[in-house]
Design a protein around this ligand. Structure first.
Ligand SMILES: Nc1ncnc2c1ncn2[C@@H]1O[C@H](COP(=O)(O)OP(=O)(O)OP(=O)(O)O)[C@@H](O)[C@H]1O
Ligand SMILES: [Mg+2]
Length: 268
């Protein structure tokens, strides 16, 4: 699994951050180096790890001086000349937060944030910076990278999923989340991602799994998580969700094995 890059997408509020945080802990329990990247403008991955607000890293995209320095653009110089390929290789090490409390592995959190204006593809220094950083972390680093994507399809672009090996779409029992997953899957396929899986979340009735599975177009259902008030409670109290619900963690362990199988069958 080392060197694999997995992006987690889906409609808003379906459980992307939850899945990302639990998988990050599970991969690091396997003894792997894990870099969890929060690429959502509403940055909430830190809270899912139970990191207090005051210790949560500032999103890189908000560091105007750093972006200006690396891209060569003035702070507000949108539309001016700037480097399309700024130096970013040192940033994950410098700006990530070490939360490696699991035995053996290492778990770090990098809070990127996302461009909120003009979508992820905007031609501005922040856009160039973010794209290069995502491309760098997902192409050149030998670790398992998990990217918690922004909700919906807007952020999906060639640059934002560069080097991604697998796209995992979280769906809840509801037509719109399934539709969103199918749309993102099509886009991911067009961008060359061959390995596309789904996780059903907040399932309250055993029949929902089959109903969801039957509506997914060419997406492998990797697992199904029950609705859990313990997860909700942990979120409410800003406690680590990894410790909240053993059943959810067990199911995500199984889903992770299915993902690894899918990756080896599709990517080799
Ligand atoms: N299986 C579950 N049972 C009950 N509540 C859940 C479950 N999974 C997630 N939640 C709750 O649903 C809410 C959204 O979850 P989460 O933040 O993981 O979703 P998201 O897709 O990352 O949302 P966003 O689009 O806002 O980033 C949270 O309050 C979370 O605690
Ligand atoms: Mg989220």
């Amino acid at each position: 699994m080392a060197g694999r890059k997995i992006a987690i997408g889906g409609k808003g509020g379906v459980g992307k951050t939850t899945v990302c945080a639990v998988w990050a802990e599970l991969f690091s329990e396997d003894g792997l180096e894990v870099l969890a990247i929060d690429a959502d403008p509403t940055t909430s991955l830190a809270s899912a790890f139970g990191i207090p607000r005051e210790r949560s890293p500032e999103p890189l995209i908000a560091m105007k001086d750093l972006i200006a320095e690396r891209t060569g653009a003035g702070k507000e110089a949108i539309g001016a000349y700037f480097k399309l390929n700024p130096k970013v290789s040192d940033l994950p090490e410098r700006y990530s937060l070490d939360i490696g409390r699991r035995v053996g592995g290492r778990l770090r959190l990098l809070v990127l944030g996302a461009i909120t204006q003009g979508g992820g593809g905007c031609a501005c220094p922040e856009g160039a910076f973010l794209k290069t950083l995502l491309a760098h972390t997902t192409l050149q680093r030998e670790e398992v990278v998990l990217v918690d994507l922004a909700a919906g399809v807007e952020f999906m672009g060639r640059a934002s999923v560069q080097g991604i090996d697998a796209m995992v779409l979280v769906v809840e029992p509801g037509g719109r989340s399934i539709e969103a997953a199918n749309n993102i899957a099509v886009m991911a396929g067009e961008l060359g991602i061959r390995c596309i899986g789904a996780i059903a979340n907040k399932v309250t009735d055993p029949g929902q799994r089959e109903l969801i599975e039957s509506q997914l177009d060419g997406i492998v259902l990797l697992g199904s998580l029950p609705y859990s008030s313990a997860l909700q409670q942990a979120d409410l109290k800003r406690e680590p969700i990894f410790e909240a619900d053993a059943e959810v963690v067990e199911e995500l362990k199984r889903a992770k094995r299915s993902l690894i199988d899918l990756l080896s069958s599709k990517v080799g």
